[in-house]
Design a binder for this molecule. Structure first.
Ligand code: FES
Ligand code: FES
Length: 208
């Protein structure tokens, strides 16, 4: 599973835990018609067993914010779409929908990822944390409070992604240098240009 820090590999080249388009072409040469199936089937590609999901909806279980969430999803559904459309977790935003802006940032096994660029079927078995998990019993996480205190949002559309990325940043570097802040938040864009406020929120948050 790739995180935001790792090189992006085109979908054509990805095969981990599923089947790439290239593999699919190979499979097509031996399987004349792919039936509508429930759950993954396993086919042999060049002597190796490969899971094939769909093309119809399959049962998917995601572990989000400490809970198992289940739905019937087509394999093309992204983690972001599953969270927003099936599980009513709308904190992560769909903006570019192509892994460029960071508005959809969530944590997967503690690392920042773009939820728009991960298929829900591939997110199974991983620990997903969204911005919703940061508020406990109505109490804002210190990094959320810092965004409020330092006026670190204008339209607010980028803010949930920035908050998640900032939380990951301060967990990794409790006293980050300016260079570490720049690097760790470089995967998020703010079209309103509230970068100065966001930096102040990270540096001057309570408990820093
Ligand atoms: S919506 Fe996912 S990176 Fe922009
Ligand atoms: S506050 Fe508007 S895009 Fe960042």
């Amino acid at each position: 599973m790739k995180t935001r820090d790792e090189d992006f590999t085109p979908v054509d080249e990805q095969a981990e835990g599923g089947v790439s388009r290239r593999d699919f072409l190979k499979i097509s040469s031996v399987v004349v018609a792919t039936p509508m199936v429930v759950g993954p089937t396993v086919v042999k590609v060049a002597g190796e067993e490969v899971k094939v999901w769909g093309p119809g909806a399959v049962p998917v279980t995601l572990h989000v914010n400490g809970k198992d969430m289940k739905a019937q999803l087509e394999p093309r559904v992204t983690l972001l779409e599953a969270m927003r459309d099936q599980f009513d977790l709308t904190g992560a935003k769909k903006v570019c929908d192509r892994g460029e802006c960071g508005a959809c940032t969530v944590l997967m096994d503690g690392k920042t990822v773009y939820a728009c660029s991960i298929l829900a079927v591939d997110a199974q078995g991983h620990k997903i944390e969204t911005v919703e998990s940061l508020t406990v019993s109505g109490n804002l996480n210190p990094i959320q409070q810092a965004f409020v205190d330092h006026d670190a949002q204008q339209c607010g559309f980028c803010t949930p992604g920035f908050v998640v990325a900032a939380k990951a940043l301060v967990d990794k570097y409790p006293n980050p240098t300016p260079e570490q802040i720049t690097h760790e938040l470089s995967g998020n864009f703010c079209r309103c240009g509230t970068y100065a406020g966001i930096r102040r929120a990270v540096v001057e948050r309570n408990g820093a």
